[in-house]
Write a protein that binds this ligand. Structure first.
Ligand SMILES: NC(=O)c1ccc[n+]([C@@H]2O[C@H](COP(=O)([O-])OP(=O)(O)OC[C@H]3O[C@@H](n4cnc5c(N)ncnc54)[C@H](OP(=O)(O)O)[C@@H]3O)[C@@H](O)[C@H]2O)c1
Length: 240
């Protein structure tokens, strides 16, 4: 794999899909740095990576913290934006604009300023990979806020790919994936959500982090792909 020895910073690499990508890339010989806010979570993640990666504590909602992180990183071949600290779930009529503002800060603005901070240290013909979400690709009641935030990121990608070329910019849009992001739900509610979704999907199951990590690794590695959007959602756009 051509990612061996390449330096990849995964913002949101201490959990879920970002961590699954880190596990793949470490196995392929890449130099992986995982980023997130909690040092305890970073340490737990690093333990699963067998000491073959580095951790960097950073909050992507804080521009000054990102500038400090870029200085510490020094140089990068690839930047992966796989974090999200807030989401505006719920029916439109009951979702206050403030919830949307927080969700924008906790993902879209975070991605925006993380990419701006890392641009000076990114290899000119390296790549950026952003995780969005199936809510922006398929209409589902209760997900207008998710559609707005993730749709904005998806729409930015091709313009960025032109403006920042030869840097490649790609997007992966995951469907419902079993990650610690759902740990806050009561067990019964989580089971209900996952079972109902699996029944609706053409593939008959919900996603695992590694389903998405495999797609992310492909887009990092394939130097003839830019401005691409890859749906890894079990066919959510055709769900019954
Ligand atoms: N899971 C799904 O079903 C699903 C579906 C569609 C789209 N997505 C999107 O896919 C991405 C990954 O989701 P996931 O489920 O794998 O997430 P996750 O398991 O909740 O992990 C999120 C990661 O982001 C980090 N993070 C959160 N806020 C941060 C901040 N302000 N600054 C820096 N790092 C921060 C977390 O570490 P700390 O908390 O320690 O900072 C953690 O490493 C997200 O963008 C999410 O919106 C997920």
């Amino acid at each position: 794999m051509s990612l061996a020895q390449q330096r990849v910073f995964i913002l949101g690499g201490s959990n879920g899909m970002g961590l699954a990508l880190a596990q793949r890339l470490v196995a392929d010989g890449a130099q992986v740095i995982i980023g997130g806010r909690s040092t305890a979570r970073l340490d737990d993640a690093l333990a699963t990576l067998g000491g073959q990666a580095e951790g960097l504590s950073v909050d992507f909602t804080d521009a000054a913290d990102l500038a400090r992180a870029a200085q510490q990183l020094g140089s990068l071949d690839h930047l992966v934006l796989a974090a999200s600290s807030d989401a505006a779930w719920g029916p439109f009529a009951q979702t206050p604009a403030d919830a949307l503002r927080r969700a924008l800060e906790g993902k879209l603005i975070g991605y925006w300023q993380a990419l701006q901070a890392m641009l000076p240290i990114l290899r000119r013909d390296g790549s950026v990979l952003m995780l969005t979400g199936a809510a922006s690709r398929t209409a589902m009641p209760g997900t207008t806020g998710l559609a707005a935030v993730n749709g904005a990121i998806t729409q930015m990608a091709q313009t960025l790919a032109l403006e920042l070329a030869p840097l490649r910019v790609n997007v992966v849009s995951p469907g419902l994936v079993d990650t610690p992001a759902y740990d806050g739900l009561p067990a019964e509610a989580k089971r209900g959500l996952f079972e109902a979704t699996a029944q609706r999907l053409p593939v008959g199951r919900t996603g695992m982090s590694d389903d998405v990590a495999a797609a992310m690794a492909f887009l990092l590695d394939n130097t003839f792909t830019t401005g691409a959007l890859l749906d890894v959602d079990g066919g959510a756009r055709m769900s019954r």
